[in-house]
Design a protein around this ligand. Structure first.
Ligand SMILES: Nc1ncnc2c1ncn2[C@@H]1O[C@H](COP(=O)(O)OP(=O)(O)OP(=O)(O)O)[C@@H](O)[C@H]1O
Length: 324
């Protein structure tokens, strides 16, 4: 759906995207996450031609973006709706007319039956039927973002690009908008690309992600694997600390990465090996409704071999944490 290969992008002497490659597939909710200034928004804006790129390739919906002429680029942008942190609504227009703006650009009459039906359908989808005649200043932040989402969907795009769409919203409203994005992905089968610095956003709705640092991808994969794993850049980003681990004995981290890997491994380990150990650290988190995470246990040096043999037979990933 979007294939990025060896992409490089500069602003003058400043290299912002450095040899980045990844693929977004149809149906994904794909997260691009990283610190401020990592190049996330620039990367997203290259997808729909809002920014050019110096080398490498972006094939979106089967076409190399940099080879498109102005008209072809407009058609590409029609297939890629976009929403922003600051909503970008026109204050003088009603909710209906804001949603209708792309129709006007494409020289369609927003009042004809087909388009009016479409706008009403979208208002229903985003839960704003009663705000049809309101102006943006009469809406909350969450409601404004809902209008922006409806506007981004009015031309029936195949892809929705979200640039920090929930960064200006409080946690409860963020949850509502994330649920709406998930519904759009599932019910309308629209591929969604989410740029964010909020890891909760990625954890809750993304099935794949890349982690960008200074314009480079330093980690990519499934959020549940990356956030639970020991990737240093991600630990740094999430502010994780392992300082409290015991300095004696062996510390083993167990990963519960899929619904088959049950945390009762811990109790069966104790029972089957007739073993005592300490649980030093635990992190269980909600990834798209699945509770996954990791536990660190501390065992005696003498038990190491039989514990590792036991774990090899269980359906869990594990690693021995070396004392530093
Ligand atoms: N139009 C521009 N001209 C020059 N430099 C730019 C331009 N747009 C972005 N940059 C620079 O490119 C780098 C990446 O910016 P970008 O906005 O893509 O990062 P980001 O990861 O999205 O961060 P944020 O979340 O803070 O927007 C930054 O150093 C920024 O200053």
């Amino acid at each position: 759906m979007i294939e990025v290969k060896n992409l490089c992008k500069n602003f003058g002497d400043l290299e912002v995207i450095k040899d980045v490659s990844f693929t977004i597939e149809q149906g994904d909710i794909f997260g691009i996450i990283g610190q401020s200034g990592a190049g996330k928004s620039t990367l997203l804006r290259c997808f729909n031609g809002l920014e050019d790129y110096q080398s490498g390739s972006i094939v979106a919906l089967g076409k190399e973006v940099k080879d498109l002429n102005k008209k072809e680029l407009q058609y590409m942008q029609k297939d890629m709706g976009m929403i922003f942190q600051n909503f970008n609504l026109l204050n003088r227009l009603t909710v209906y007319d804001n949603i209708a703006l792309p129709l006007r650009f494409w020289k369609q009459n927003p009042k004809d039956k087909e388009n009016a039906d479409r706008i009403h359908e979208l208002l229903k989808l985003v839960g704003l039927e009663d705000k049809i005649n309101s102006k943006p200043r009469e809406l909350s932040g969450g409601q404004k973002q809902r209008v922006a989402i409806a506007r981004a969907l009015v031309m029936n795009p195949k892809i929705l690009l979200c640039d920090e769409a929930t960064s200006a919203l409080d946690p409860k409203i963020t949850q509502d908008i994330l649920a709406l994005l998930q519904k759009i992905n599932e019910e309308l089968n629209i591929t969604i690309v989410v740029v964010t610095h909020q890891m909760e956003v990625v954890k809750q709705i993304c099935n794949k992600m890349v982690f960008l640092k200074h314009g480079k991808i330093v980690a990519s994969g499934k959020p549940e694997e990356l956030f639970v794993s020991s990737n240093e850049d991600i630990l740094d980003f999430t502010g994780n600390d392992v300082d409290i681990l015991p300095e004696t004995g062996i510390n083993i981290k167990l990963f519960f990465l899929n619904s088959n890997s049950k945390s009762h491994t811990i109790t069966s380990l104790a029972r089957d090996l007739n073993l005592d150990f300490d649980i030093c650290q635990g992190k269980l988190e909600n990834f798209r409704g699945r509770i996954l995470g990791s536990l660190i246990i501390n065992i005696d040096e003498k038990d190491k071999e039989r514990v590792l043999d036991y774990l090899k037979q269980c359906n869990v990933e594990w690693e021995v944490i070396e004392n530093v």
